[in-house]
Design a protein around this ligand. Sequence first.
Ligand code: LMR
Length: 399
Amino acid sequence: MWKGVQAAPADAIFGLTEAFKNDPNTRKVNLGVGVYQDDDGNTPILKCVKEAERLLLDNERTKSYLPISGDPIYAACVQQLLFGADAEVIASKRAVTAHAPGGTGALRVGAQLLYKFRPQAKVWVSSPTWANHVGIFADTGFELRDYAYYDGETHGLDSEAMFRCLEAIPSGDIVILHACCHNPSGVDPQEEQWQRLVDIARKKQWLPFLDFAYQGFGEGVEKDRQAVEMMAAAGVDFIVASSFSKNFGLYNERTGAITIVSPTAAEAGVAMSHLKKTVRGLYSNPPAHGGLTVATILNNQELRNVWMGELDDMSSRIVAMRNALVDGLAARRVAGDFSYIKQQRGMFSFSGLDDGTVSWLRDNKGIYVVGGGRINLAGLTTKNIDYVCDSISEALAGK
Ligand code: LMR
């Protein structure tokens, strides 16, 4: 069957991890995949997760199926994180949530559901965006388009170009937005820019689909949800794909959720009926463990406090590494001003390193950066930062 079929290219992000693992260089550094590492280069299980798992193990009585949409207690926790416990959208039941296998699973379920009702719609992604957005929506069958986002000159948001594009998107199309900590650029709209964007969505009636994978890594759990809250207040239809891979460190438990918000509870109910039908055809019902772990933590004040502290520790260490990278490059008098990296948020930075430099760093120094120059700052440690800065300085010296 596969004779004569051309092999698919390695994944732009996970393919790098494979190459990194096979690299014999003893000083190698993985700045590719968006996975948190501590200062020893480990990706630890959070203390709150370990404790919640112990409680689950003691109290679990069955491995029977969950409902198609997952555990309702987990869904309630997801909604509280998304909107805040007292949000109108929760009280009025305008939001419905299903546990999905990770943020990617949530995006894919959403894509499949939307394709059933709007196969002709175009899906608009920011330029640039996370490579898998393109994969997910194109594989589902959608045609994709780009909207302006990142300005390579200023290393910030090209807001006027973005608004011009968003104003021109036809009603019924689907627009993928990064709720916070834009992947790959680390550049987010400011509060008033979000408001303008929400106003355009309402006026033009395209469907916002927010990818929310980094809540807590920007400016904290509450401030990071401002775009979601504004959408909810606007009373428009929208969808959120949540991921708890990063903020709970539950990468391999595939713990995410899809939340559909509608103008009325009745419409939300209809949405849920089709969401369930979609999930049933894809994987029937979700795996339990990750969702139960998140719900156990969020419903226990002590564990919730531990989680908030651990999340803060992770995001503070990333900020410290962001600063150390910029200061380290400046101290080496590397050509160019990298101070914009300090303004970017979340796990990633669009470093400004071109693809030639990215390849040179990988081939000569064992430093793995995603094509386009995206750096996972959480891969930097106090032990490898000098090596990375020296290597970038050497790479750029000839330019
Ligand atoms: C990333 O962007 O590196 C992460 O979100 C992991 C992934 O699934 O690509």
